[in-house]
Design a protein around this ligand. Structure first.
Ligand SMILES: *[C@@H]1O[C@H](CO)[C@@H](O)[C@H](O)[C@H]1NC(C)=O
Length: 248
């Protein structure tokens, strides 16, 4: 044959291939953060909540799949040390920061999930994890959140008087994002799921709503109906197959 093919044709073919591959690979869940331009309403006024409830790997998964939760991020808060690190976090606690759409989920409901996702009566640790960094804290921003937090803690204490609810209520201050290794940690334990969403670079993974949901799914902490919905999406993708390199 004569020269190489028209590079534009090749590019066009590649674009087609990728768009097909994307449809095949991607799990499409409603992305509430789909971006400006696609919708006439302005960006939703997102709110931020921060909780400490033991290992932040699990904490992130406990909230990532809730309808209305747009993004999750793990980090350090509640102490005074500047620039804490995982191996040197000083007096901080392991925390999850939740960005949420208040039109879909409210602080009050996040509090319910907070209480049901850990043992607030365990002293100096959570589950098998021992230490001050695993303490239980509700961070509040403003008097209304402080009131809701205090009322919910009182309700929790009323359930049993035989032990003390250790949860602290603190004003939200500096939040230090953790190292990227710790973001979406449960998802990273499942290379298959990572591949399914196109092996996003860490930076993107940290911010992605889809990754937050799948991180919860990987830990089996999605609400049952959503867990089942994702199961069937994945089944569907597996049944349809996808382009696989079989030999070189
Ligand atoms: C507290 O809430 C206000 C209003 O929503 C917000 O502007 C501010 O950034 C929040 N503070 C922190 C520390 O997140």
């Amino acid at each position: 044959m004569e020269k190489t093919k028209n590079p534009l044709l090749i590019l066009g073919f590649l674009a087609l291939l990728f768009s097909t591959a994307e449809r095949t690979f991607a799990i499409r869940l409603p992305d509430r953060n789909a971006g400006a331009g696609s919708h006439s309403s302005p960006e939703p006024p997102l709110r931020v909540a921060v909780f400490a409830l033991g290992s932040f790997w699990r904490s992130e998964a406990a909230f990532g799949c809730l309808p209305g939760v747009v993004r999750t991020l793990v980090g350090y808060a509640g102490g005074s040390k500047t620039n804490p690190e995982y191996r040197n976090l000083g007096d901080h606690a392991e925390c999850v920061q939740i960005e949420y759409d208040p039109r879909v989920i409210q602080f009050k409901q996040l509090l319910d999930v907070f209480w049901s996702s850990h043992d607030s009566r365990q002293v100096f640790g959570q589950g098998p994890d021992v230490g001050n960094q695993y303490r239980s804290i509700i961070f509040t921003n403003g008097t209304q959140e402080a009131r809701l937090a205090a009322a919910s803690k009182e309700r929790e204490q009323t359930k049993s008087r035989s032990s003390i609810v250790t949860t602290q209520i603190q004003q939200l201050g500096a939040f230090y994002p953790a190292e990227s290794d710790h973001q979406k940690f449960e998802l990273k334990r499942h290379p298959f799921l990572l591949q399914l969403i196109g092996n996003m670079p860490d930076e993107e993974l940290t911010k992605s709503s889809l990754a937050a949901k799948l991180n919860a799914y990987a830990a089996e902490l999605c609400p049952p109906n959503i867990q089942r919905k994702i199961d069937s999406k994945i089944d569907e993708i597996l049944k349809n197959g996808w382009p696989v390199l079989r030999e070189i």
